[in-house]
Structures are given as C-alpha cells and as structure tokens.
Design a binder for this molecule. Structure first.
Ligand code: B1M
Length: 210
C-alpha cells in the first residue's frame, strides 16, 4: 500500500498533519483501527527506532515522530474504546521512574480499554509511591508497568518488592512490558506476566482475570 509507505516516511519526518490525514484516509477506506495502528503507526515507529539506534536520528527528531504518532493514535483511541460492554476488570498502568517513554504504554491502555477494561493511566516517570497510592485508591485487578530502557527496567522489581513488603503482592495481577524486557526477566522479578505487545497484554489480562 503506497499510502502506508508514505505514512512511514511522514512519521520518520515527524509530520503530524500528514499522519492525521493518512489515518483518516485509511479509516475511510475501511481499514480497522487496529490495522491502521499496527501497519501504519507502530511499523513506522519501528523504522524510526532503527535509525535512532544507529545514530542517524536524534532525540529532537524522534520527539517529532513521537508527537506525530500520538496525534494519529488520538484519532484511533475513541474508535478502539467503543465497546459499550460492561467493564471486565480494572488496571492501573504507568511507566517506571526515570523513564519517559509512553507510546507503548498508551497503546496498551487503548487496547485494554477497547477490550472492556477500565484503565487508570499514571503517566510516566513513576516512583514506587505512585503505584502504591494508586493501588490503594483504585483497588485495581491488574498493576501494569512499562519500561523502555535497560537502565529503568530493574525498577519494576522495586515496585513488586514494595508490594511484597506491604503484604499485598498476591492480591493483584502484575503485568510488565516494554521493548528491552523478555519472558525470563518477567519471571526473575516476580511478575505474573511479561507482555510482548498490546494485543498479547489484552489476551493475558483476560486469561489471568478469568
Ligand atoms: Co528512546 N530509546 N530514549 N526516546 N526510544 C529507545 C527505547 C531505544 C531502544 C532506542 C535505540 O537506541 N534503539 C534506546 C534504549 C536503549 C536501551 O536502554 N537499551 C532509547 C534511548 C537510549 C533513549 C534516551 C536515553 C536517548 C538520549 O537521551 N540519549 C532517552 C531516554 C529518556 C528517558 O526515558 N529518560 C530517550 C528518549 C526518547 C524520546 C523522548 C525521543 C522518544 C520518546 C517519546 C515518548 O514516548 N513520548 C523516544 C522514542 C520514541 C524511542 C523509540 C524510537 C521508540 C519507542 C516507541 O514508542 N516504540 C525506541 C526504539 C525502540 O523501541 N526500538 C527508543 C513504539 C511502541 C508502540 O513500542 O514502546 O516497545 P513499545 O511498546 C510495545 C511493547 O513493548 C509493549 O506493548 C507496546 C505496544 O505493542 N509494552 C507493554 C510496552 N509497555 C508495556 C507495558 C505493559 C504491557 C506491554 O504493561 C502491562
């Protein structure tokens, strides 16, 4: 699809208006919101990530790409959340302390809402106190954490250990995700599930809550 390739370029160039327009056109063509999300936006960001890693793109440029991606996601969010079904469970989710990446977390929130979960988004850069306060306030079924840096992912264990210390760990389902994580890491820190992507998160959440 020519437009999708154009959108990958536009995302790379951080062109927000073009991304919004591209999303609108694909939806008009009958694409499902999920397909637009994965094939146009997530795939585009994957390409940005490669050139960021290789030192071809830098933070200011990648920020523009991220903002363009968010604008596109903003259009898809209400469409994905449109279920009207009774809520199947409640999740709090936040990016851990020291980490400001939020696109993946936002995507997980959108997909979980779309699957009928109530989601309370704690945002980025969350110290352990934020998770504990949100647990107490919202009494969720699921505690979700996101980390995109190898330097911040160990903080997930800090949060789980604090839950253990308070004697509340086993009352909640703890789910973790983010590009540098893997299954082994999830097990090592004592999470209930490592989630490779947003779709897997939804499936696992449904399984674990049942
Ligand atoms: Co950052 N960055 N970044 N960055 N950035 C990465 C993560 C990096 C891999 C790039 C690279 O070098 N290839 C690298 C990390 C290297 C490492 O730790 N090994 C990196 C770096 C180094 C940095 C800085 C340190 C750069 C610098 O300042 N020199 C800096 C750190 C800032 C900080 O956090 N303290 C930084 C900054 C930034 C920007 C601000 C420019 C921007 C973030 C903007 C924003 O989020 N608002 C940014 C971006 C955009 C990226 C890349 C290019 C894209 C991340 C993204 O949005 N992906 C990224 C490269 C990459 O990941 N390959 C990179 C799309 C998103 C849909 O995928 O987030 O993986 P992802 O989420 C997926 C799954 O992982 C999973 O589901 C999601 C949807 O399918 N998932 C969960 C995620 N969280 C979950 C939680 C769950 C469940 C599933 O809970 C239950």
């Amino acid at each position: 699809e020519e437009l999708v390739e154009q959108m990958h370029d536009d995302l790379y160039d951080g062109l927000k208006d073009e991304i919004v327009e591209g999303v609108e056109i694909l939806l008009e063509r009958g694409w499902t919101p999920y397909r637009v999300l994965t094939e146009a936006l997530v795939e585009g960001m994957r390409i940005v990530g490669i050139d960021f890693r290789d030192g071809i793109l830098f933070v200011p440029e990648v920020l523009l790409s991220a903002n363009a991606m968010k604008a596109g996601m903003g259009l898809l969010r209400p469409l994905l959340a449109e279920t009207g079904a009774p809520k199947v469970g409640k999740m709090i989710i936040g990016t851990v302390k020291g980490d400001i990446h939020d696109i993946g977390k936002n995507l997980v929130s959108m997909m979980m809402e779309g699957a009928g979960f109530e989601v309370i988004d704690l945002g980025i850069n969350n110290p352990v106190e934020n998770y504990l306060a949100a647990i107490e306030e919202h009494q969720p079924d699921i505690v979700g954490m996101s980390a995109l840096l190898t330097t911040t992912m160990p903080y997930m264990k800090v949060v789980i250990d604090a839950m253990i210390e308070k004697g509340i760990r086993d009352k909640y389902i703890v789910m973790v995700g983010g590009a540098p994580l893997n299954e082994e890491f999830g097990q090592a820190i004592g999470a209930d599930a490592y989630c490779r992507d947003a779709a897997v998160t939804v499936e696992m959440a449904k399984d674990l809550i049942a």
